[in-house]
Design a protein around this ligand. Structure first.
Ligand SMILES: Nc1nc2c(ncn2[C@@H]2O[C@H](COP(=O)(O)OP(=O)(O)OP(=O)(O)O)[C@@H](O)[C@H]2O)c(=O)[nH]1
Length: 497
């Protein structure tokens, strides 16, 4: 997983996304639990308020159910009271008379503005009609006070009949889904579909019964929308603030790493870690910066030592082959660009094989050191000297004139000869042969050509008898026939011996 992520994402992105994920989980979790607790509190208090608004009626209702007293249960003052209860939409009383054992059922509907019985049967209506009919008969035959009483009873019975008939109609027409069962432990339940709060309160008469009520809970749901909205706004603000903090923290961590990486991408020898601001930090990044600085300084020191070793010929202390390869041509170009004369001198010890054969290689090595020292002592300061092969040395100089090259070559040969190092008996002392070329300012010639010409002059010096100098101004004989004419013919400086 880590490998996969590190291939796809940078450190910056990984830090950012992992922190953002964490922050979002925390914020969403906290918002959700706040929502849960706030919503549950609201629902609980709405349920309690609804219960309290009905509980004052429970004793009266229970008494009426016990005595199956419909008159009390359905009287207009009861209707007014129920209409006055805030948000009450519907109420149903189900119970059993304590005396007759008959069922009692009454309903209230806020929209219908009525209380009606739910236990009316066809027989009840027939009975009421018969009563009314009997009263109407009696009313015809009566007079005086009796008639007044009978008229009252007739009016009441006709009102009862009308009520029973209306109840019969409403019983069949009015439906309201009540979720709570009478044996449900929950005193109330919220029904999202109808946005209603349903309450159940048990009656206190002996045979028992229940009061179910349905309250309008749309205000509660509106409140829920407000809670969700305000929590969402808080969560968004918290996430935005967190993003800002995460961005600044990741920037604070990643920027120094990037800066160190860009330092590391420089040439190690040119690296300068002392300007790195992270060195002053006291945290892990500061330690990393200090370790990198130490590492770079160690590598720089080792490189310096290595370069010195590879630049210097270990035996003679002159410049070595590596140093020659990197600096000879640079020196030549620089001299030509400075409009000065360039002198290239190649020296080779004469009959060195014979020396080795006679005195052994270790003695030969000592001679190499002495010859190198002699060559070095012949230099005035600005020249470069290298040992480029076994017993082959190169000196190069930037001069004001070719005569200087001549004098330098002569000095080099003399300094070696003057060491008077004994050679094999028939050879006398150790000597060198020299091939030298002088290139004038403005001559267009490559270093390789100059070297080849000096090497060929060295060969000439060897074949001419050794211990001598063959020096020539560079002539491009193939391309410039006049060069031979314009320049002094190559000179030979033989040993005075
Ligand atoms: N002691 C020693 N000998 C070396 C070293 N490098 C090369 N040589 C020897 O130098 C000798 C060079 O021999 P040649 O190329 O035949 O040249 P030469 O004998 O000097 O003959 P000329 O150049 O014609 O005068 C060989 O014997 C090599 O072994 C070295 O580092 N130490």
């Amino acid at each position: 997983m880590n490998k996969f992520a590190s291939k796809l994402l940078s450190v910056n992105q990984m830090l950012f996304f992992s922190h953002l994920f964490l922050v979002m989980v925390i914020i969403i979790g906290m918002s959700f639990s706040r929502y849960e607790s706030e919503w549950n509190t609201r629902v609980e208090s709405a349920g309690l308020i609804a219960q309290q608004s009905l509980s004052s009626m429970i004793n009266d209702i229970s008494l009426s159910v016990a005595g199956r007293n419909y008159t009390k249960l359905t009287m207009p003052s009861q209707l007014n009271h129920l209409q006055g209860i805030e948000n009450l939409l519907f109420m149903e009383i189900r119970g059993q008379s304590d005396y007759s054992g008959l069922p009692v059922g009454v309903r209230f509907s806020h929209d219908e503005d009525i209380i009606w019985r739910t236990d009316v049967s066809a027989e009840d209506i027939i009975r009421a009609k018969q009563t009314l009919h009997g009263l109407s008969q009696s009313l015809v035959d009566s007079s005086g006070d009796k008639r007044v009483k009978l008229q009252y009873l007739f009016n009441k019975s006709s009102e009862d009949l009308r009520m029973l008939e209306r109840s019969m109609v409403l019983k069949n027409e009015t439906r309201f889904e009540v979720r709570l069962a009478s044996d449900d432990d929950h005193p109330f339940v919220l029904v999202p579909k109808t946005q209603s709060l349903q309450i159940h309160i048990p009656l206190v008469n002996k045979s028992g019964g229940s009061l179910f009520a349905v309250f309008d809970a749309s205000a509660l749901y509106q409140l829920r929308s407000d809670i969700v909205r305000s929590l969402a706004v808080e969560a968004v603000v918290a996430i935005l603030v967190s993003i800002l903090i995460i961005l600044s923290v990741t920037y604070w961590i990643v920027k120094p790493i990037r800066r160190m990486a860009s330092y590391m991408s420089q040439d190690i020898e040119k690296m300068n870690f002392s300007t790195l601001p992270e060195l002053d930090r006291r945290d892990e990044i500061g330690s990393l910066a200090r370790m990198l600085k130490m590492l770079a300084e160690k590598v720089q020191a080792q490189l310096k030592e290595l370069r010195h070793k590879s630049d210097t010929d270990a035996l003679t202390g002159l410049g070595g082959r590596h140093s020659y390869n990197t600096s000879a041509e640079v020196f030549y170009r620089h001299t030509m660009a400075s409009k000065r004369y360039f002198g290239l001198i190649i020296c080779d010890i004469d009959n060195f094989k014979l020396f080795n054969d006679n005195f052994g290689h270790s003695r030969g090595d000592e001679v190499l050191k002495i010859v190198a020292d002699a060559i070095n002592s012949a230099l005035l300061g600005d020249e470069l000297a290298f040992r480029i092969g076994g017993e082959e040395f190169v000196v190069m100089a930037s001069c004001c004139h070719c005569d200087e090259v001549h004098r330098l070559a002569e000095r080099v040969r003399n300094h070696v000869a003057n060491r008077n190092l004994p050679h094999a008996r028939q050879m006398g002392t150790v000597t060198i042969s020299v091939g030298a070329v002088c290139v004038s300012p403005g001559q267009s010639v490559s270093y390789r050509e100059v070297f080849e010409q000096a090497d060929s002059l060295l060969y000439d010096a060897k074949t001419a008898g050794k211990n001598r100098i063959r020096l020539c101004r560079f002539s491009d004989r193939n391309n410039d026939p006049s060069a031979l004419f314009e320049m002094p013919i190559c000179k030979e400086f033989a040993s005075r011996k």
